[in-house]
Design a protein around this ligand. Sequence first.
Ligand code: SF4
Length: 214
Amino acid sequence: MNRKKAIETFPQIYKEIKKMSPPHHFEFKDPFWVLITTMLSHRTKDEVTDAAARSLYNKYGTAENLSRADVRDVRKLIARVGFSNVKSQRIINAARLIVNEFGGKVPERLEDMTRIPGVGRKTANVVLSDSMSIPAIAVDTHVQRISVRIGWSRSSDPEETELILKKIVPKKMWIGFNPTMVEFGKTICRPVHPLCEKCKINKYCEYYRRTKRD
Ligand code: SF4
């Protein structure tokens, strides 16, 4: 899909996607806990992520307290989360850096946030848009895959896809874009066996045209 057509058709496509799969929102709005929840969420079901983040919050409550936590205690609280061994040390290290370098508050600049151990561009963009209402587009595996399938991006590099999407998606829609697309990627445009026949945007989709129509 060329850029002009992508820009023209985006509002209709996005409207249909939102109707098909309303986004899941993590329960926290505080940037530190959104950050921790996002760090826990990789390869983990939403309900497991939510429960683990809630347990951590109930026990520690602040970055200061979490920065002083015993890794074995944290590991027990997040045991059902994927890669809990790695993540437990990572979130303690993240809390330590936030306390030591940023006075216990998550910084508002992407460049600063990505200095936190375990925080990449995707996680930083989720925190900016979901908890600070700063317009940003987080490109995770769902957003990357869907963007290529629809024909918005031809790049396999998430950073490049982010730049392309920023030219297609109106800025007022950046906030909320990631959670909407993630839900769509989990329920309809799944990694394997996407539900193309029931997908309401299949008439716009390059993948559908290429693989299903005939
Ligand atoms: S038609 Fe299929 S590949 Fe295209 S967006 Fe819909 S589910 Fe995804």
